[in-house]
Write a protein that binds this ligand. Sequence first.
Ligand code: PMM
Length: 286
Amino acid sequence: MSTLRARGTARGLPEWDRCAVMGVVNVTPDSFSDGGRWFDTTAAIKHGLELVATGADLVDVGGESTRPGATRVDEDEELRRVVPVVRGLAAEGVTVSVDTMRASVARRAVEAGAVLVNDVSGGLADPEMVPSVAAAEVAFVVMHWRGFSDNMNSLAVYDDVVAEVLAELRARLAAVIEGGVDPERIIVDPGLGFAKQAPHDLALVAHLADLRALGHPLLVAASRKRFLGHILAADGAPPPPARERDAATAAVSAIAAHEGAWAVRVHDVRATADAVRVARAVEGAL
Ligand code: PMM
C-alpha cells in the first residue's frame, strides 16, 4: 500500500492528495510563538487568508493560549475571539478548524462554519465536548493530554513515553468512540510539548509510525515548540526564540509527511508547504 493511501482522511473533510498543511491563527494576546499578533478580528481573518494564499489547506482558529503555565481564558472572551474569525474565514471558502477545549465554543464555531474540532484535551476538559462533537457530526482531533497548561510540566513524567502515550491515546479513543463520535471522523495527535519534555517530544517524532498504527489520520503539531529550541541551542547558548524555529519546524513537517501524517499544524505555512511538496515528490520517485 502506498504511503498516500495509508494516510487516510477524516470523513467530512476534503481529501488532500498529500499531507495537508494546517495554518494556525491564534486570536490570543499570549500564545507562546505568535501571541498578540492576530488578536484583532480583522487582522486574524486577513492572516488566515494569507496562510491559505501561501499554501494552507485548512486554518486552525484558537482563542485560548495553551503555552506552558498559561491560565484559562473565560468562556465569553473565548467566544468573542473565535466565532467572528471562524465565520469570516468560512465565508471566504476556507476550511476551518476550531482549537478549543470548550463544548460551547466548539458548537458556536461549527454553527459559524468550522468543520473540525481540535480539542487539545481530547474531550477531557469539558464533559459536554464528546456529546457535542458526536451530535454535530464533525471531525475531531484527539490529542494526548494529561492536564491543563498551568501545571502540565509537572505531569511530564514517563518510563517509556511512546508506550505510555500510545496506551493513553488508545484509552481516549475508546472513550470518545463510546461517547458517540464516529471513528471515521477521529484524528489523533501525540500532543508535542503538552506534559512533555524535549526528549519525550523527540522520541514521539521518532515513532510516528507507531502513532499511525493506531489506525486514524495523524496530525503532527511541532511548530516552533520548545523541543526544537533545545535542538537548535548552540553549546551553552539559550534556545533561539520561537519565531526563529521555522526551518526546524519545516524539517519535522518533511519527516511527518514522509511518515504518512494526515496533516501538520504550523505557523509558517510557506516553508512547510515546500517541505510537504518535497516529501511527496520523493514518495512519487519510490
Ligand atoms: N499545540 C498548540 C495548540 N493547539 N492543537 C493540536 N491538535 N496539537 C498541538 O500540538 C497543539 C494544538 C500550542 O501551540 P501554539 O500556541 O503555538 O498554537
